[in-house]
Design a protein around this ligand. Structure first.
Ligand SMILES: C[S@@+](CC[C@H](N)C(=O)[O-])C[C@H]1O[C@@H](n2cnc3c(N)ncnc32)[C@H](O)[C@@H]1O
Length: 296
């Protein structure tokens, strides 16, 4: 585990941390972050490291509590009128994912190059094995548990966007439909918030522009070493809707760096964190190559 809570990379517009994000909340500047667009590791679905502080490997109750603590702390520290979008999927009790399933996505040299512990990664069966009250096979209601806890603490839950995947991950089940959607929970800390609606507009049937429906379709985008990345097309629109140029974006879970790349592309300042060293190294490379391309 990294004990270093100082940035491993910092320049005038980007800071990158390698640690448990809950350990750097006090480093986040007050009233400066305009947007958080993020996705935690889903509960019991995959593990990217063998670090006990990684989200998704704790009890269900701790997972909810840690997520709620993270987002409520950020909403408190953010700019008034800032937005958080949390991309999250529900889990079934008793259905951890085996390592072979994960290796389907991360294989051979790429798997080794990422340096992630192959003995532990992906083997999350024990995390979801048995619960005091929730029966095996039941959905846990994770997005709702997080959302309702935030609503009860006084934050504004503006929308639940449904990210629909036309080609979801195949599932070996015979008694329910496949999981083909994820939820994008939109929270704000004020009733008036930045919302550049022109960035989101679509053409309605009468040819006039209007705001889109809450169901948005985009295929999953697995990248080498990372099977759980964002739908770039959707989050790019959300970024442009809730931020302006030079605004500060915070990404607690950098992963393959989708938000970092979009922030660089659109001239947003960026603070990011990941517990997995290889993802942070990759993020540093993304920043450095973008700086070099500016010089070329
Ligand atoms: C679902 S992935 C994020 C995907 C990312 N949005 C993308 O587009 O690639 C979750 C990430 O959270 C990181 N993570 C898990 N627990 C963490 C923690 N406690 N602190 C910081 N990062 C963590 C994992 O290493 C993983 O990269």
């Amino acid at each position: 585990m990294s004990n270093n809570t100082k940035p491993v990379y910092k320049d005038e517009s980007v800071s990158l941390y390698h640690c448990d994000v809950l350990r750097i909340l006090h480093e986040i500047p007050e009233q400066e972050i305009q947007a958080v667009i993020t996705s935690p590791t889903y509960w019991g679905k995959r593990q990217f490291t063998d670090d006990d502080s990684e989200f998704g490997c704790e009890s269900l109750e701790d997972y909810i509590e840690r997520n709620v603590h993270l987002y409520s702390s950020l909403l408190d520290r953010m700019h008034t009128g800032g937005s958080i979008f949390i991309v999250i999927q529900d889990s079934f009790m008793g259905s951890g994912v085996s390592r072979s399933h994960h290796n389907h996505w991360i294989s051979g040299d790429a798997y080794k190059r990422n340096g992630i512990d192959s003995k532990k990664q992906g083997n999350t069966s024990s995390v979801t094995a048995g619960h005091r009250t929730i029966k095996n096979k039941s959905l846990c209601g994770i997005p709702y548990r997080i959302a309702l806890a935030l609503v009860d603490r006084g934050y504004i839950w503006r929308q639940q966007i449904i990210w629909q995947k036309p080609n979801p991950m195949p599932e070996n089940v015979q008694d329910r439909t496949w999981q083909s959607v994820e939820y994008i929970l939109h929270f704000t800390n004020a009733s008036k918030y930045k919302f550049n609606k022109s960035a989101l507009m679509v053409k309605g049937i009468n040819g006039n522009l209007r705001l889109p429906n809450q169901v948005m379709t985009a295929p999953p985008e697995p990248k080498i070493g990372h099977s759980a990345t964002f739908p770039t097309r959707i989050v790019e629109k959300l970024l442009l809707t809730v931020t302006d140029e030079n605004d500060l974006v915070f990404e607690p879970f950098i992963g393959s760096g989708t938000m970092l790349q979009l922030s660089l592309k659109h001239g947003r300042r960026f603070i990011g964190c990941d517990i997995c060293q290889d993802f942070v190294r990759n993020a540093v490379e993304i920043v450095q190559s973008s700086r070099l391309s500016l010089l070329a």
